[in-house]
Design a protein around this ligand. Sequence first.
Ligand SMILES: [Zn+2]
Length: 192
Amino acid sequence: MGPAAAWLTHIPTSQKVAFLTIDDGWVKQPEAIQLVQAAHVPVTLFLTIDAIRNNPGYFKRLEAGGAVIEAHTLTHPELKGKPLAFQQHEICGSADQLGALYGRRPVLFRPPFGDKDLTTLLVTHQCGMKAAFFWKETVDKGVVHFQEGHTVQPGDIILMHFRPAFAADFLAALQAIHDAGLTPALLENYIP
Ligand SMILES: [Zn+2]
């Protein structure tokens, strides 16, 4: 077995920062682009190829607004327990295709549903990516859900999705970060 990618649910830092991540890409509202651009905050997008295939240009516009695009498989399957070749196809395939679409090969990975096994982390590393991520907080329908406590902690990774309530979710996440006395930072800058 070779080296494995790191598995992180938060970034160990005492800096007053938190990380907003946005997954999948099925729902593509024009106002989400305006919101991200206007907010001027860094976000990391873990995009599924099947979800973005019909409009990759949408995410190019988000990228122009400061978002960084990372990998989240081809078809959004459960990876845990799946054979090596299956995981290679899904993980490396998505990094290859995102690299071809956007001109930058992803360096970070999020497994669908946050489910992984050792094979997932080995393959993530083999495919040239440095780390895979879980999360500390989720946002849905404008509400932030905390796994621990009631505030965002320094280094926390927050998960939201491209869903119909994007605006409410995005603003709730920013409010929670602000309420905790933290600033949104770019996840990529904290992964050596
Ligand atoms: Zn997902």
